[in-house]
Design a protein around this ligand. Structure first.
Ligand SMILES: Cc1cc2nc3c(=O)[nH]c(=O)nc-3n(C[C@H](O)[C@H](O)[C@H](O)COP(=O)(O)OP(=O)(O)OC[C@H]3O[C@@H](n4cnc5c(N)ncnc54)[C@H](O)[C@@H]3O)c2cc1C
Length: 374
């Protein structure tokens, strides 16, 4: 088979690039995907109870990039949803990220008043502060107590469960992703554009890839077909270390095991996601119909169990953000450069970087701009 572009991986990165190359540059594109479906980790499907569920964990789309939102909106309408998360701390369900409402849920009102006043005086209102920063900078005994309380009860055990590392052993941006939010806003994200594709992610991908210049091979690892395909250029969105046969060693990932359940109750929880920082082996439970707005009898939900990643045994989900891993990744990136742009690497596995979906789309759109200018 002869094509202009071979794309490995049908997730957001590969599929957006395929769509752009096919529709804007009239290139013939072949996508090779090792799984039996498109949409990468955003894949969703209807379970046996008719509930739309996310196979690889709950995916909520949110972005402050208008360009990305506008681009995807060509292929989907949106169910406008603002995510809410509660965390179980000291037997109470409190808003996550920790905010002023969390204070009042945990402490008697006069003490919560005092702590709230001190937080606002020291850091301002409507601001997000990483917990490690509050821990470092808290001066009064009350704020020191609060910083330690939040750290111990919300972050410490959750991070240990999720990463098998303490918060301070990870790159600081990891805990900063869920900052303390000095606000009364219980939404998990504040981005101007938030929602889920009205008919689901898989449907959105079907529309992205529905172009006469795009061919798709599922259940196929690129290694199996390389010898039979002639291509001008390749985009690789799989693991960069695998591409180079792990010649410098394996890049470490964290994996997850997902357990799906169904209840006959209309709803199991009061919000979409409940985090369990201190109890159970799972980190959180998410109930899908909150995310999608689907009206169903009964409700399907998912528990997430963090795991060590074992190559070939389970799926690499989260790159482990430590300096030594960055250095290892750089060795592979240097090898990638030697291929002189005949093979381009992009996406969360090829860049060895955690991307939200909007960042993966932005990465693909930016790469397309570069390709167009070549
Ligand atoms: C549990 C979890 C929850 C998440 N929740 C959110 C969220 O709420 N909001 C958000 O914005 N983002 C979320 N994300 C991030 C989101 O999944 C990523 O942004 C997105 O998947 C990145 O797309 P990608 O195309 O780079 O990678 P992927 O979606 O992983 O696509 C890469 C594809 O390449 C294929 N592939 C790999 N190797 C080969 C090979 N050798 N041959 C052929 N094919 C191959 C893979 O099978 C895969 O389908 C979450 C991630 C996880 C793990």
């Amino acid at each position: 088979m002869k094509v202009d572009w071979l794309i490995v991986g049908a997730g957001f990165t590969g599929s957006v690039l395929a769509e752009r190359l096919a529709s804007q540059l009239q290139k013939k594109v072949l996508i090779v995907e090792q799984r039996n479906h498109i949409a990468g980790n955003a894949y969703d499907y209807y379970d046996q109870y008719g509930v739309l569920v996310h196979k690889y964990g709950p995916h909520i789309f949110h972005t402050n990039m208008k360009l990305v939102w506008k681009y995807l909106s060509q292929f989907t309408d949106w169910y406008h949803y603002h995510h809410q998360v509660l965390g179980v701390v000291d037997g109470k369900q409190i808003p996550i990220p920790f905010n002023l409402n969390s204070l009042y849920a945990l402490f008697p009102t006069p003490y919560a008043d005092k702590l709230a006043k001190k937080l606002v005086e020291n850091y301002g209102f409507n601001v997000k502060i990483p917990i490690l920063k509050i821990k470092e900078t808290a001066k009064s005994n009350d704020l020191k107590f609060l910083a330690n309380y939040i750290y111990e009860n919300v972050f410490h055990n959750y991070t240990l469960k999720q990463w098998n590392l303490k918060p301070e052993e990870l790159a600081p941006f990891v805990t900063a992703r869920v900052p303390v939010y000095i606000s009364r806003d219980n939404r998990y994200f504040q981005d101007p554009y938030q929602g889920l594709p009205q008919l689901g992610y898989t449907h959105l991908f079907q529309r992205l890839l529905n172009h006469r210049n795009i061919k798709l091979m599922l259940n196929t690892s690129y290694q199996e077909v390389m010898a039979d395909i002639q291509y001008e250029k390749m985009v690789f969105t799989g693991p960069i270390d695998e591409f180079f046969q792990h010649q410098y060693g394996k890049l470490p990932y964290r994996s997850l095991d997902f357990k799906f359940f169904h209840t006959k109750q209309d709803y199991k929880q009061t919000v979409a996601t409940i985090n369990y920082p201190n109890d159970y082996d799972y980190t959180r439970i998410t109930e899908f119909k909150y995310l999608t707005g689907q009206q169903t009898i009964g409700s399907s939900y998912i528990e997430e169990y963090p795991q060590i990643h074992e190559y070939g045994k389970n799926t690499p989900y989260y790159p482990i953000p430590k300096e030594e891993h960055r250095i290892l990744y750089k060795k592979y990136a240097t090898e990638a450069e030697k291929l002189n742009e005949r093979v381009l690497f992009a996406g969360r596995l090829a860049d060895y970087q955690y991307y939200n979906m909007d960042q993966a789309v932005a990465r693909a759109l930016n790469l397309f701009e570069k390709i167009s200018a070549m």
